[in-house]
Design a protein around this ligand. Sequence first.
Ligand SMILES: *[C@@H]1O[C@H](CO)[C@@H](O)[C@H](O)[C@H]1NC(C)=O
Ligand SMILES: *[C@@H]1O[C@H](CO)[C@@H](O)[C@H](O)[C@H]1NC(C)=O
Ligand SMILES: *[C@@H]1O[C@H](CO)[C@@H](O)[C@H](O)[C@H]1NC(C)=O
Length: 465
Amino acid sequence: MALYRHSSESIPEKRGIIGAVFKSLDQSKHGLRVVRRGTRFGRISIRRFLFWMFSVAVLFSIYLAVFGLKMQFHGNMERGISSLKDVQKDFLGSDALAQPKRKPRRQQFYPCEVGFLDSVNNLVEPKDYANITQFSSSYVYREEKPFGNDPFEPRFGGHQTLEEREKSFYARNQTIHCGFVKGPEGYSSSGFDLDEKDKSYMNTCRVVVSSCIFGSSDFLRRPASKLISEYSKKNVCFVMFVDDQTLLRLSADRNVPDERGYIGLWRIVIVRNLPYKDMRKTGKVPKFLSHRLFPSSRYSIWLDSKMRLQTDPMLIIEYFLWRTRSEYAISNHYTRHCVWEEVLQNKRLNKYNHTAIDEQFIFYQSDGLTKFDPSDLNTPLPSYVPEGSFIVRAHTPMSNLFSCLWFNEVDRFTSRDQLSFAYTFLKLKRMNPDRPFFLNMFKDCERRALAKLFRHRAVSLPPAS
Ligand SMILES: *[C@@H]1O[C@H](CO)[C@@H](O)[C@H](O)[C@H]1NC(C)=O
Ligand SMILES: *[C@@H]1O[C@H](CO)[C@@H](O)[C@H](O)[C@H]1NC(C)=O
Ligand SMILES: *[C@@H]1O[C@H](CO)[C@@H](O)[C@H](O)[C@H]1NC(C)=O
């Protein structure tokens, strides 16, 4: 039932020194800039370059000798840093670095060419562009306190039983949990409270680009305005969800919303009463539930706050959804394809409470999750591990259901959504063999071409429970 399209390149994608070519809206300008950079480099003679590198190395060694400091590099991405380190190492010998184990050089990943249209002129939304599965979901809006005297606490995700969870996977007319569950009349809010003005604005959106920063975990990256068409500026809602803490921090960075509530293209929407202590879990609300937050919208694009959008959103929708006749598009992970590897990696990097990861993983294995088999030509997905920092979706019944189900897994288990993606997708497919869901899992290098990637702001987040 699930369709995805392999492009000519097989997965895992080839890396290598590919000159990244962007075919963007502003192609000519971009091309010019690359050329200019090329000539500037050409003018510097090799000798001068070597001399410069040598001077840097000498300065470094003097610095190290005098201060005996262990250098810590905070790079703006990987570039440049490793080469400096190598110079330093050649000069001093590796021992002088006083690092017992030299970290392996960070692997580099490059964007690849994405064949976007040249402009949004003449874009027409295809009618019935896929055989979209039709049914109607409604959502649990309020939960009543069960009989008895047990204390009851409203939960944003509700109190879904395992039985309800099982049934929720059927693609049919029914009421399911999908966040935003209120407690009984008179109980406190279950969280994610928004201003009425923002809500009515959000109700008007038909196409949405959204992102969030909670717990000031990131800087604000404005979409590259020059690369966004006038059409999209007028017709697409760009919404950045933040909490009060982040807003304060942004103001300290001199990012203050104007009187209309905008910073650049972003409309800043303040979320009060965050539903989870774990900021990463709270971040999954806008990430997965855009069809709930923007009930009139037909399309949405999710962007992690570490990315700066530099492609027109309508061209993104055309390329990832319309052209491939898909209703949901997400990229595969750049190195990992099997949930087993992802679990190991999460533990290795201490991303989350190990016991909680194990509970989730064992549950999934007992409910049919298998290892990814790249040699299986009928594998329903090109990878079982997504890189979910960029998601494009049409708000169709199947796509919305998948979003709710995936959110419910994050609510029930860990906030590590890479662990639940394949399980949720495969179970949805298994339980609805005759109801297609058109999911386009595209290559990570394409994700890199649409947006500029940054590292997250280095702050100590409250530990994920
Ligand atoms: C939709 O499904 C019908 C039959 O199930 C098929 O004939 C038709 O080609 C499909 N259309 C598209 C656009 O896939
Ligand atoms: C499901 O809901 C839709 C819209 O509410 C309705 O038109 C359709 O008949 C329902 N289908 C079934 C099987 O009840
Ligand atoms: C880790 O998760 C387990 C199971 O969910 C829980 O019982 C335990 O309290 C958690 N530990 C910490 C330190 O949060």
